[in-house]
Design a protein around this ligand. Structure first.
Ligand code: HEC
Length: 119
């Protein structure tokens, strides 16, 4: 009984400690769905990207390339996937997975990673 109480206390404490890690909901969405390919910091070097990848995932840290995309372009490719914008099917569609708000959050997040604005 005593042990359980102690465990509960540790659980309560660690959930408090964990709070700042989950500071941004969008960051969590990005890490879960996008970082595997695009990389944690947007360098296009996530763990999923193997040598036989036919195209490099867009480097979100590349301000020059990212500044060419409007927010609407980014929304389209996230919702409908690469082929919808004549890009590689290696970029999956997320319209059935993510909510509108999550996609809006991601667009903002990509603008932070590139430190750029759209045209
Ligand atoms: C399975 C790997 C993979 C995952 C996961 C992935 N992408 Fe991509 N993404 C790609 C590839 C590959 C490209 C480059 C396609 C090309 O250039 O033809 C790309 C391109 C893009 C582009 C640039 C499109 C353009 O017009 O240049 C954006 C924006 C993008 N991805 C956003 C996201 C977001 C946001 C997520 C998470 C919800 C995500 N991607 C998840 C592989 C992935």
């Amino acid at each position: 009984m005593k042990k359980i109480t102690k465990l509960a206390a540790i659980a309560a404490l660690s959930s408090q400690l964990a709070a700042p890690v989950w500071a941004s909901e969008t960051e969590v969405v990005y890490k879960f769905y996008c970082a595997q390919c695009h990389g944690l910091t947007g360098d296009g070097d996530g763990p999923n990207v193997t040598e036989d990848f036919p195209v490099t995932p867009r480097k979100f840290a590349d301000a020059t390339e990212m500044a060419k995309l409007t927010d609407a372009d980014i929304r389209n490719v996230i919702m409908d996937g690469g082929p919808a914008v004549s890009k590689s099917p290696m970029m999956p569609p997320w319209g059935k997975t993510l909510t509108e708000d999550e996609v809006t959050g991601l667009i903002g997040y990509l603008r932070v990673l590139c430190a750029c604005e759209g045209p």
